[in-house]
Write a protein that binds this ligand. Sequence first.
Ligand code: S3P
Length: 496
Amino acid sequence: MVAAIAGTHDNLTTGARRVKRSARAPCPMDGTAGLRYQQPRGFHCTKAFQMSGHGPACPMTAHNSGPMTGTAHVPGDKSISHRALILGALSVGETRITGLLEGQDVLDTATAMRAFGADVVQHGPGTWSVHGVGVGGFAEPAQVIDCGNSGTGVRLIMGAMATTPIAATFTGDASLNKRPMGRVTDPLALFGAAAVGRSGGRLPLTLVGAGEPTPVRYRLPMPSAQVKSAVLLAGLNAPGQTVVIEAEATRDHTERMLRGFGAVVHVEDGPEGRVITLTGQPELTGQTVTVPRDPSSAAFPVCAALMVPGSEVFVPGVSQNPTRNGIFLTLQDMGADLVLENPREEGGEPVADLRVRFSALTGIEVPPDRAASMIDEYPILAALAATATGTTVMRGIRELRVKESDRIDAMARGLEACGVTVHETEDSLTVEGRGADGVPGGATVQTHLDHRIAMSFLCLGLAAQQPVTVDDSGPIATSFPIFEALMTGLGARLTR
Ligand code: S3P
């Protein structure tokens, strides 16, 4: 059993039980009509020469709502889902996964693993198997690998193939094709891999794996679990020891799961930070992986409950990995009535049930050294901070500028449009809170193909005086395909 593991998710859609389907024109993002980002079940080949995410935009509006109440079964963790598929593909034998996030980002990784030769099969909702090809066993894909919206997918897959003598060409949607890939191709070049892409190291990009890889010692120039993971995955097929040094601890799923699949990984905290040493050329063996529920997805119903007076929401089985739980500590620092119940360890991963009640929050200065452990939660925190009393200062968040969108800019512009005063610098965002009922709203917000920007403003709209519209809700399907149903089931008023 792999060390990244928690309860089962056979009830992933429970949050949708109380959804009333209103009569409306089908939208390309509608799960019932076929999500723009969704592939048909059993789809078995790489999307050749296409860029994903190019369907029509699907606006969505959030209206001031009554109390949010009930249980929110959020989907499986996205980071662990990607890694389960990739490590399964690099293993010998069968990997059995339950609770896999079936968001488009992860489905694109599943498709990519098939293109590299693994046998990836869906058996039921969230239940998948992977028959891998072993370390160094990747086949050369016949088609372009389209990673859609997913930086994690493309960067980890590039690492996984970089020390095998094959070539692959990667592309993505308009958001992913703007994002920096040099941060991964630079260290992969140290192993002997070669990349040719567009200016600025952007996709589409062709990577040629090293024929005779040499192990690498690499100090991360930025706090990035994707870069760390790309280097570690490349190190799998290099002889000797690959070492990654990170000044700040970033999410550690790759290290935990590599161990679970049979690799030798040593982690030491020293004066330079965390030193991670991987012994190359292990034989990885297929495992059983139960994916815990995603704390980054849990943050949306939790924060919505904190914004809407009278709310009480229960979110069971959420990962509390210390490299991921910064948002919950920050909410408690702001005065949230957020209780972690039944803390337990499931398959090596700390997990707890979250019970949250509406609370009058106070703005705080978020400790910058917490940034890596809540890097994906700053958009929803910024939205929440608008409903707090006082000022919330978020520093040390430069990395937000190279996510699915420039998230500092996207949140700042959207909050301003909603009548909230903000200040931004290159690596900070300050939000002047307007109190629980004080956010005017009444705006349409640009989301720039960014799922977390869309979900953050839809949550804010539940508490704002006037409705808040996002220009495109489609990308939500990349990470949280049941968002609309789950939130509506809790009492959110969302319309298209
Ligand atoms: C992720 C790492 C983070 C995070 C992303 C998922 C991962 O990115 O923002 O959503 O699974 O490794 P960076 O490594 O770029 O910080």
